[in-house]
Design a protein around this ligand. Structure first.
Ligand code: PEP
Ligand code: MG
Length: 906
């Protein structure tokens, strides 16, 4: 038999199931699974994601020919189960056509509803339902959607108005009405005619009346939407490969807009914003699904408690709420009970928070979709820990449920309580995505991007957002919208991005042309500062001070759980006592890298440093080094104290000397005066330090080899500080690291200076401190000769920044000029300076760890390049058996989770 391309479902049976999401897409797989567990789902079928790839390889015609038999059979399958016929005038079947990739991509691709209608079928639908208005409203929606999506009528420029909307506006204007549902049946009929002639005029083609032709057009359009601009951008942001493709699900239509016993809604089994275990969601009576998601009508709450909370925030009295905005629990109690039972069943089945879409057609409840819900970082952690406590998942699953990168949100500042109490609330919206944000107002996505690139923090203020605003939303600190509920586009996407968002702030008045927003009578212009609290929905004028986040509650519990399973320790890269303290509070178990060169950028220290570099004799250099010694010792004292009892890996001076010397005349004059020589002399010395290729020049251990006094001074400072601390009763554990070695002789030479100096220092202080001597592995030759180097080194620290630079031969400072082209041409998938290249650089690391340990079995190994805080790289380091990874303080929890996941996955 030929390859199977189409999988049917319906009436409690299905050819697919939940674990086939790679082939059927998330939506298709879950539609099948819902059938299998007894959740009511309209019948349908799914065309596989493999077909999407075939579509882009072979083209439209070939793929339609390949699919023809299977799709026609599948349509008959729906007809049999739904007891109606596609294109039949007496008893018509209508279908929806939806996209569905392996990973959910909310709102990024296209959907077509009510497919199967034409001038005859619509009459049949009117007769069958006894509702002419409904039939023609469905018809005009279909022609409009089909025209926009399949026939390409949707304007490319988002500022341009949709041609169909323009026709609707004209009809309403003539009649002096404002709402869609005020249009008469005749006007709806008139709309259909006008829409079709607009299509003919713009595309030169007639609207396809044959339902099967409509279906093929829609299927192909969904595949095409996989390659639309916003889907490509979304994939890029979320790291979803283009090869995954989308599936297409075709499903019998059920209608939420058949009168007051019909409804449609979106719901979550737990709160996607804060993780609270509370069923919640929004619904609209007599509406189609798109009305809820598109943010056109502000929907009502599903549960009574949700409705009461909503009313309280909006300042609406209980009487008014019950009269005007009743919850589904109050308005449709029986259906609500059924919905609640089914959402529970789905969560129990999938053991995770579900995000579901449903429709009620004349009193009968149908589920259209379920998926594991997108959630904020806060909700992710709370839900994982709650599910663990409820016994729904085990500890290892709880660890795997959390995305390391998402913890980033929990590490961001929150508003300072005191500053917040003094701030003025100017309006209130829905708490759509938590966090604190402040910035300058902008109104358009392009402006958000531009201002962001200029280094400004912006808040994007919109009436509502659409998928076109994605890049702007990503550039903004936060998003404020006038319309749209908790499940509107802005809310769903912002939560996915971990971006603060307040939506549905109904009292704000946005004027895109004037670039102003009026809030309670006050006009705010583009560039004015506002602050948003996405956790409460409150909006404030001006900027509010923020305060650092802390590790507590569920977050701390998750981190403790990680420590139980992890095999690799997480340290931090820190150059100041403050950074060391922050990292320790986030659970760092030591310092993996202190870059000593970062300690000289201070008015006094830099003069002494420059004097040392510019000196033309050993005596001159030693005089300057004597000035530097107390500064260095004080710095090391602070760091060793902040990390008392933990390893502190201090690296000897690394960067090229010319980075420190003054290149401006004023700076050169200061140095001339300080050193009692002429400005000319200083200039000569500065010029002599210039290099053609400083990255490969006089840096790292090469400095310590040419100027051994530097190594001696730094050793003196490190061990002197440690001796002082020991005398005071502390437990300093210093490690001295030699950078940028390529041969074992370099390390030997530096080690002899360190050892000789240590003897002097211990004699001087009258105490001894245990310390270790190790090296960076960051030059390919060092990795290749790791076996020899381990004879001298007590530990290795992989400097993957330089190792990446020298393995690829890409300058780490200049990659930006060609990286975009490399990514676009798919030569590189990611920036190798951010995500470790496991295939190439990784091989060197693996080999160096193995060969190093062959020489010295207890050799400690770690990573201290930027990759030490990137989850996939951390997992790789764990896999090759490193003892620790070291990263910047704010990435410590991310690395802890990634390391624990690596252990669990093993
Ligand atoms: C490295 O090269 O990875 C490293 C940590 O050192 P630096 O970034 O200071 O060169
Ligand atoms: Mg380096």
């Amino acid at each position: 038999m030929d390859e199977k391309r189409v999988y049917t479902f319906g009436n409690g049976k299905a050819e697919g199931k939940a674990d086939m999401r790679n082939l059927l897409g998330g939506k298709g797989a879950n539609l099948a699974e819902m059938n299998l567990i007894g959740v009511p789902v309209p019948s349908g079928f799914t065309i596989t994601t493999d077909v999407c790839n075939e579509y882009f390889e072979k083209g439209k015609e070939d793929v339609v020919a390949l699919l023809k038999d299977e799709v026609e059979k599948a349509v008959q399958h729906i007809e049999a189960l739904m007891n109606s016929k596609f294109g039949d005038v007496e008893n018509p079947l209508l279908v929806s056509v939806r996209s569905g990739a392996r990973a959910s991509m909310p709102g990024m691709m296209d959907t077509i509803l009510n497919l199967g209608l034409n001038d005859e079928v619509v009459e049949g639908l009117a007769r069958k339902t006894g509702n002419e208005r409904f039939a023609y409203d469905s018809y005009r929606r279909f022609v409009q959607m089909y025209g926009d999506v399949v026939l390409g009528m949707k304007p490319v420029n988002k500022e341009d108005i949709d041609p169909f909307e323009a026709i609707i506006m004209e009809v309403k204007k003539q009649r002096g009405i404002t709402l869609d549902n005020e249009m008469s049946v005749d006007e709806l009929k008139q709309l259909v005619k006008a829409f079709k002639s607009a299509i003919k005029q713009q595309t030169g083609k007639d609207f396809p009346d044959n339902p099967m032709d409509q279906l093929w057009g829609a299927i192909c359009a969904v595949f095409d939407s996989w390659m639309n601009e916003r889907a490509i951008l979304y994939r890029k942001m979320e790291g979803i490969p283009a090869e995954w493709g989308t599936a297409v699900s075709v499903m019998a239509m059920v209608f939420g807009n058949m009168g007051d016993t019909s409804a449609t809604g979106v719901c979550f089994s737990r709160d996607a914003g804060n993780g609270e275990n509370l069923f919640n969601g929004e619904y609209l009576i007599n509406a189609q699904g798109e009305d809820v998601v598109a943010g056109i009508r502000t929907p009502q709450q599903i549960t009574k408690i949700g409705s009461q909370r909503w009313a309280e925030r909006a300042g609406i009295s209980e009487e008014e709420r019950v009269a005007k905005y009743p919850s589904m629990e109050e308005a449709m109690p029986e259906l609500y009970k059924e919905l609640d039972a089914l959402q529970n069943k789905l969560e129990n089945h999938y053991h995770d928070m579900q995000d579901m879409e449903f429709t009620v057609q004349e009193g009968k409840l149908w589920f259209l979709q379920t998926r594991n819900g997108k959630r904020t970082g806060t909700a992710m952690v709370k839900i994982a820990m709650d599910l663990l406590h409820e016994g729904m998942i085990d500890e290892k699953t709880a660890i795997l449920r959390c995305e390391p990168q998402k913890l980033d949100e929990l590490l961001h500042p929150v508003f300072d309580k005191l500053a917040l109490s003094k701030a003025k609330v100017i309006t209130q919206g829905l708490p759509a995505s938590p966090g604190a944000a402040c910035g300058q107002i902008v109104f358009h996505a392009d402006d958000a991007q531009e201002w962001h690139e200029d280094g400004k923090k912006v808040i994007m203020v919109r009436i509502e957002t659409s998928p076109e605003d994605l890049a702007g939303m990503s550039a903004a600190e936060g998003i404020l919208t006038a319309r749209g509920g908790m499940t509107s586009h802005a809310a769903v996407v912002a939560r996915g991005m971990g971006k603060c968002c307040v939506s549905g702030a109904g009292s704000i008045n946005v004027d895109y042309k004037a670039k102003t927003v009026e809030i309670e009578g006050v006009v705010y212009k583009e560039g004015d500062f506002i602050s948003l609290n996405g956790t409460t929905g409150q909006v404030y004028a001006g900027q509010i001070e923020t305060k650092a986040a802390e590790l507590s509650g569920d977050f701390k519990e998750l981190m403790d759980l990680c420590d139980k399973y992890t095999k690799m320790e997480i340290r931090t890269n820190a150059d100041t006592p403050h950074d060391a303290e922050v990292a320790r509070a986030f659970g760092a178990k030591g310092i993996g890298l202190t870059r000593t060169e970062h300690m000289f950028f201070d008015d006094q220290k830099i003069v002494a440093m420059r004097e040392m570099i510019l000196a033309d004799s050993v005596e001159g250099r030693e005089k300057a080094l004597a000035k530097l010694l107390p500064y260095q010792k004080a710095d090391f004292y602070g760091i060793l104290k902040a990390m008392d009892g933990c390893h502190v890996n201090i690296r000897l001076l690394d960067p090229p000397l010319h980075e420190f010397v003054p290149h401006d005349l004023a700076g050169q004059e200061t140095m001339a005066k300080e050193m009692g020589v002429s400005v000319e002399e200083i200039k000569k010395r500065v010029n002599s330090l210039a290099e053609n290729n400083p990255m490969l020049g006089h840096r790292g251990c090469r400095l310590g080899i040419t100027f051994p006094e530097i190594t001696a001074m730094q050793t003196r400072a490190i061990l002197g500080a440690a001796c002082e601390l020991k005398k005071e009763g502390f437990h300093p554990c210093p490690e001295i690291m030699v950078p940028l070695i390529g041969t074992v002789q370099e390390l030997k030479q530096q080690k002899s200076i360190i050892l000789a100096t240590s003897k002097e220092v211990f004699a001087e202080y009258g105490v001894e401190v245990e310390f270790e001597i190790g090296t960076m592995i960051e030059i390919p030759r060092a990795a290749l000769t790791a076996g020899q180097i381990a004879e001298e080194a007590q530990y290795f620290s992989f400097g993957t920044n330089d190792l990446t630079q020298m393995t690829f031969g890409y300058s780490r400072d200049d990659i930006a000029s060609f990286l975009p082209a490399y990514m676009e041409k798919k030569i590189l998938k990611v920036d190798p300076f951010q995500v470790l290249d496991q295939e190439g650089v990784g091989q060197l690391i693996k080999m160096a760890v193995e060969n190093g340990r062959a020489t010295r079995p207890n050799l400690r190994t770690g990573i201290c390049g930027e990759h030490g805080g990137e989850p996939s790289s951390v997992k790789f380091c764990a896999k090759v058996g490193m003892n620790y990874a070291s990263c910047s303080p704010f990435r410590v929890p991310i690395a802890r989770l990634a390391a624990a996941q690596a252990a669990v996955e093993e």
